[in-house]
Design a protein around this ligand. Structure first.
Ligand code: FES
Length: 157
Protein backbone atom coordinates (compact mmCIF):
# COMPACT_ATOMS: atom_id res chain seq x y z
CA UNK A 1 0.00 0.00 0.00
CA UNK A 2 1.35 3.42 -0.91
CA UNK A 3 2.37 5.45 2.12
CA UNK A 4 0.72 8.75 2.95
CA UNK A 5 4.03 10.48 2.19
CA UNK A 6 4.26 8.89 -1.25
CA UNK A 7 0.64 9.72 -2.03
CA UNK A 8 1.20 13.33 -1.05
CA UNK A 9 4.20 13.56 -3.39
CA UNK A 10 2.40 11.78 -6.23
CA UNK A 11 -0.57 14.10 -5.80
CA UNK A 12 1.77 17.05 -6.22
CA UNK A 13 3.12 15.53 -9.45
CA UNK A 14 -0.44 15.04 -10.67
CA UNK A 15 -1.06 18.78 -10.42
CA UNK A 16 1.32 19.18 -13.38
CA UNK A 17 -0.93 17.29 -15.79
CA UNK A 18 -4.55 17.41 -16.99
CA UNK A 19 -6.89 15.56 -14.63
CA UNK A 20 -7.71 12.95 -17.28
CA UNK A 21 -4.01 12.20 -17.92
CA UNK A 22 -3.03 10.72 -14.58
CA UNK A 23 -0.69 8.20 -16.22
CA UNK A 24 1.55 11.09 -17.25
CA UNK A 25 2.88 11.09 -13.69
CA UNK A 26 4.01 7.46 -13.84
CA UNK A 27 7.75 8.17 -14.04
CA UNK A 28 7.60 10.52 -11.07
CA UNK A 29 5.39 8.15 -9.11
CA UNK A 30 7.76 5.23 -9.69
CA UNK A 31 10.71 7.39 -8.64
CA UNK A 32 8.91 8.48 -5.47
CA UNK A 33 8.03 4.94 -4.46
CA UNK A 34 11.51 3.64 -5.30
CA UNK A 35 13.13 6.36 -3.21
CA UNK A 36 10.96 5.41 -0.26
CA UNK A 37 11.29 1.62 -0.52
CA UNK A 38 14.74 1.26 -2.06
CA UNK A 39 13.60 -0.64 -5.15
CA UNK A 40 10.49 -1.40 -7.19
CA UNK A 41 8.89 -4.77 -6.57
CA UNK A 42 6.09 -6.00 -8.78
CA UNK A 43 3.75 -5.09 -5.94
CA UNK A 44 5.05 -1.49 -5.91
CA UNK A 45 4.52 -1.16 -9.64
CA UNK A 46 1.01 -2.55 -9.33
CA UNK A 47 0.19 -0.07 -6.58
CA UNK A 48 1.46 2.84 -8.66
CA UNK A 49 -0.54 1.68 -11.68
CA UNK A 50 -3.68 1.30 -9.60
CA UNK A 51 -3.27 4.72 -8.03
CA UNK A 52 -2.81 6.33 -11.44
CA UNK A 53 -5.68 4.26 -12.87
CA UNK A 54 -3.55 2.95 -15.68
CA UNK A 55 -2.89 -0.60 -16.94
CA UNK A 56 -0.30 -2.38 -14.85
CA UNK A 57 1.53 -3.50 -17.98
CA UNK A 58 2.00 0.13 -19.05
CA UNK A 59 3.61 1.00 -15.71
CA UNK A 60 5.74 -2.12 -16.01
CA UNK A 61 6.89 -1.05 -19.47
CA UNK A 62 8.14 2.24 -18.06
CA UNK A 63 9.81 0.61 -15.05
CA UNK A 64 11.66 -1.91 -17.22
CA UNK A 65 12.70 0.60 -19.91
CA UNK A 66 14.68 3.09 -17.82
CA UNK A 67 17.78 1.83 -16.06
CA UNK A 68 17.39 4.18 -13.09
CA UNK A 69 14.48 2.07 -11.87
CA UNK A 70 15.61 -0.89 -9.82
CA UNK A 71 13.55 -4.04 -10.09
CA UNK A 72 15.65 -5.92 -7.55
CA UNK A 73 17.13 -4.91 -4.19
CA UNK A 74 20.25 -2.79 -4.64
CA UNK A 75 21.61 -2.53 -1.12
CA UNK A 76 22.00 0.67 0.81
CA UNK A 77 24.13 2.42 -1.80
CA UNK A 78 23.67 1.91 -5.51
CA UNK A 79 26.77 3.11 -7.35
CA UNK A 80 26.24 3.69 -11.05
CA UNK A 81 29.33 4.29 -13.15
CA UNK A 82 28.90 5.84 -16.58
CA UNK A 83 30.80 3.84 -19.18
CA UNK A 84 29.62 5.67 -22.29
CA UNK A 85 32.01 7.23 -24.77
CA UNK A 86 33.15 10.41 -22.97
CA UNK A 87 33.62 8.61 -19.68
CA UNK A 88 35.25 5.67 -21.40
CA UNK A 89 37.74 8.00 -23.10
CA UNK A 90 38.52 9.42 -19.65
CA UNK A 91 39.23 5.90 -18.35
CA UNK A 92 36.00 4.90 -16.67
CA UNK A 93 37.31 1.33 -17.05
CA UNK A 94 39.90 2.05 -14.36
CA UNK A 95 37.15 3.36 -12.08
CA UNK A 96 35.05 0.26 -12.68
CA UNK A 97 38.05 -2.03 -12.05
CA UNK A 98 38.83 -0.17 -8.85
CA UNK A 99 35.25 -0.32 -7.58
CA UNK A 100 34.92 -3.99 -8.40
CA UNK A 101 38.15 -4.78 -6.56
CA UNK A 102 37.24 -2.64 -3.54
CA UNK A 103 33.67 -3.85 -3.22
CA UNK A 104 34.19 -7.42 -4.38
CA UNK A 105 31.27 -7.26 -6.76
CA UNK A 106 30.66 -7.19 -10.49
CA UNK A 107 27.97 -5.18 -12.24
CA UNK A 108 24.47 -5.86 -10.93
CA UNK A 109 25.76 -7.54 -7.80
CA UNK A 110 25.30 -6.52 -4.17
CA UNK A 111 28.23 -6.68 -1.74
CA UNK A 112 28.19 -9.37 0.93
CA UNK A 113 27.34 -6.82 3.64
CA UNK A 114 24.37 -5.60 1.62
CA UNK A 115 25.71 -2.07 1.48
CA UNK A 116 26.83 -1.59 -2.10
CA UNK A 117 25.54 -2.46 -5.53
CA UNK A 118 27.46 -1.64 -8.68
CA UNK A 119 25.65 -0.70 -11.88
CA UNK A 120 26.78 0.29 -15.34
CA UNK A 121 25.16 3.53 -16.42
CA UNK A 122 24.41 5.26 -19.67
CA UNK A 123 25.48 8.84 -20.47
CA UNK A 124 24.16 11.10 -17.74
CA UNK A 125 24.48 14.27 -19.77
CA UNK A 126 27.38 15.53 -17.69
CA UNK A 127 30.24 14.46 -19.96
CA UNK A 128 32.35 17.48 -19.04
CA UNK A 129 32.81 15.91 -15.61
CA UNK A 130 33.93 12.52 -16.94
CA UNK A 131 34.58 10.02 -15.58
CA UNK A 132 31.68 10.07 -13.16
CA UNK A 133 29.29 8.04 -11.09
CA UNK A 134 26.11 8.54 -9.12
CA UNK A 135 25.14 7.21 -5.71
CA UNK A 136 21.48 6.29 -5.27
CA UNK A 137 20.61 8.19 -8.47
CA UNK A 138 20.69 11.56 -6.72
CA UNK A 139 24.31 12.37 -5.90
CA UNK A 140 26.85 12.71 -8.70
CA UNK A 141 30.63 12.52 -8.30
CA UNK A 142 32.71 13.82 -11.21
CA UNK A 143 36.38 13.72 -12.31
CA UNK A 144 36.83 10.40 -10.55
CA UNK A 145 40.18 8.88 -9.78
CA UNK A 146 40.82 5.69 -7.78
CA UNK A 147 41.87 7.93 -4.90
CA UNK A 148 38.69 10.03 -4.99
CA UNK A 149 36.61 6.86 -5.21
CA UNK A 150 38.26 5.62 -2.02
CA UNK A 151 37.31 8.84 -0.23
CA UNK A 152 33.74 8.61 -1.46
CA UNK A 153 33.42 4.98 -0.34
CA UNK A 154 34.85 5.89 3.05
CA UNK A 155 32.25 8.64 3.45
CA UNK A 156 29.46 6.12 2.73
CA UNK A 157 30.37 3.63 5.46
S1 FES B 1 29.49 9.74 -21.38
FE1 FES B 1 29.52 9.71 -19.20
S2 FES B 1 28.28 11.42 -18.68
FE2 FES B 1 28.25 11.41 -20.84
Amino acid sequence: MLSAESIEKIEYELTKYPADQRQAAVMSALRIVQTERGWLSQECISEVAAYLRMPEIAAMEVATFYNMYDLEPVGKYKITVCTNISCMLRDSDAIVDHLQAKLGVGFNEVSADGKFCLKEGECMGACSGAPLMTVNNHTMYEFLTPESVDKILESLK
